[in-house]
Write a protein that binds this ligand. Structure first.
Ligand SMILES: Cc1cc2nc3c(=O)[nH]c(=O)nc-3n(C[C@H](O)[C@H](O)[C@H](O)COP(=O)(O)O)c2cc1C
Length: 389
């Protein structure tokens, strides 16, 4: 079992026994516009519900008398060995949730034996994250209109010691997040009166967060009055092509993942563009509502490209059993953001540690129930769809 057994947490965190409890703690800690920004999805939030519901359609097979008492859940993702098959995915603006922000999440990830993916919308500069945490780290690039700016960012990722590049392609336009529209959360923010009142009634959050931090990666490009937040948002929302992706791939020698693909046709095109990994993701249903739940697409995606590239699963993970179901269906590893964002909002770095502690313990305990000593023993024989014997 992990060396993270028996870790002491604060009284508040010790009462959080699962990610649902951490979500409730985050709801208490944050003004509602911030909580809704993390928690919400687009339009009717149909895909948001579908992402988590999809796991209920599968069972994991218990296997006993196999003599398995301890497990090794380690795997390799994007060239990095991690101790269990989940890494903290890119999420923008982590300092808006808690002053510990990106560095808190990177340090917690390292402590819990896994990697951290920095969002392009980071509040903290990439080099400051490198200086603060020795753990493996991935750099998420938000495609932008200028190849010159993109080349500059990719160079920065190399210079500051990032191990892999992740290019997110699934927001060619902004998703219609109605919770954000109601509260006025946006770039730049235009909070409603109700939102301002909620901010005023969360003084602990406000003391740690106001003045609102800038963007650690983009601030240097906003170097004149006309290059304001509206300019930035316009630069970063762009519909790229497979040629653009192939060009980005040529700029980066190491592991290269494309994030945000769902359709099998797109997975094949990404492989043709030279990626080494695909991240099957609908970005947690934050952009295109009615897209399929990613778990429903996983078998077809593994079938189409799983023998050529790593297939990383994203969107909807809340339990160790969710991770094991995705692995059993052929994913190399899993990622996601909301579950650790809830922990961060609730209690900073310690809250992220609590989220990772719970999840990792679940994975390791459930592998024993499944009689799987190592992750390669979690496979198509370990899973069945509901109601099937
Ligand atoms: C607050 C927040 C900010 C996010 N920002 C980004 C981002 O900057 N880049 C990106 O590729 N994905 C971003 N995501 C999406 C996550 O990387 C991931 O795809 C999503 O959270 C998966 O859904 P889940 O957390 O419900 O499993 C963000 C998610 C959240 C919750």
């Amino acid at each position: 079992m992990s060396d993270t057994k028996g870790v002491a947490f604060s009284r508040k965190l010790s009462k959080c026994h699962n990610i649902r409890d951490l979500r409730k703690a985050a709801k208490r800690a944050l003004p509602f516009p911030l909580f809704d920004h993390v928690d919400g999805g687009s339009d009717d939030e149909t895909t948001l519900g579908a992402n988590t519901a999809a796991f209920g359609r599968y069972c994991l097979k218990p296997r006993y008398c196999s003599g398995v008492e301890s497990v090794d859940a380690s795997t390799t993702v994007l060239g990095q060995r991690i101790e269990w098959p989940y890494f903290t995915g890119p999420a923008g603006g982590l300092k808006y949730l808690h002053r510990h922000g990106e560095i808190g999440v990177a340090c917690a990830s390292h402590k819990y034996g896994t990697a951290f993916a920095m969002s392009g919308w980071t509040n903290t500069r990439p080099e400051d994250i490198t200086a603060a945490s020795e753990g493996p780290r991935f750099f998420q690039l938000q495609p932008c209109r200028s190849r010159e700016v993109m080349a500059d960012m990719i160079q920065l990722a190399k210079d500051t010691g990032y191990d892999a590049l992740i290019v997110t392609v699934d927001n060619p336009v902004h998703g219609n997040r109605e919770r954000d529209a109601r509260s006025g959360f946006g770039v730049p923010p235009a909070f409603s009166l109700k939102a301002m009142a909620s901010i005023a009634s969360h003084p602990r959050w406000a003391l740690g967060t106001i003045p609102m931090p800038g963007f650690g990666l983009y601030d240097k490009y906003m170097d004149s009055p006309e290059r304001d937040m509206n300019w930035l948002a316009n630069q970063l929302i762009t519909n790229i092509t497979w040629d653009d992706l192939a060009w980005m791939r040529q700029q980066w020698d190491g592991p290269f993942a494309v994030k945000g693909l769902v359709a099998v046709e797109d997975m094949r095109a990404a492989v043709d563009a030279g990626v080494s990994a695909v991240i099957l993701s609908n970005q947690g249903a934050r952009h295109f509502d009615t897209a399929p739940a990613t778990l429903d697409m996983l078998p077809a995606v593994v079938d189409a490209v799983g023998d050529q590239v790593e297939v990383i699963f994203d969107s909807g993970i809340r339990r160790g059993t969710d991770i094991l179901k995705a692995i059993a269906l052929g994913a190399t590893a899993c990622t996601g953001s909301r579950l650790y964002c809830y922990g961060l909002a609730a209690s900073g770095q310690q809250g992220v540690e609590r989220a990772l502690h719970l999840l990792r313990s679940e994975v390791e305990r459930d592998m024993i129930f499944m009689g799987a000593a190592t992750l390669d023993q979690v496979n198509h024989n370990s899973i069945m769809s509901n109601y099937q014997s």
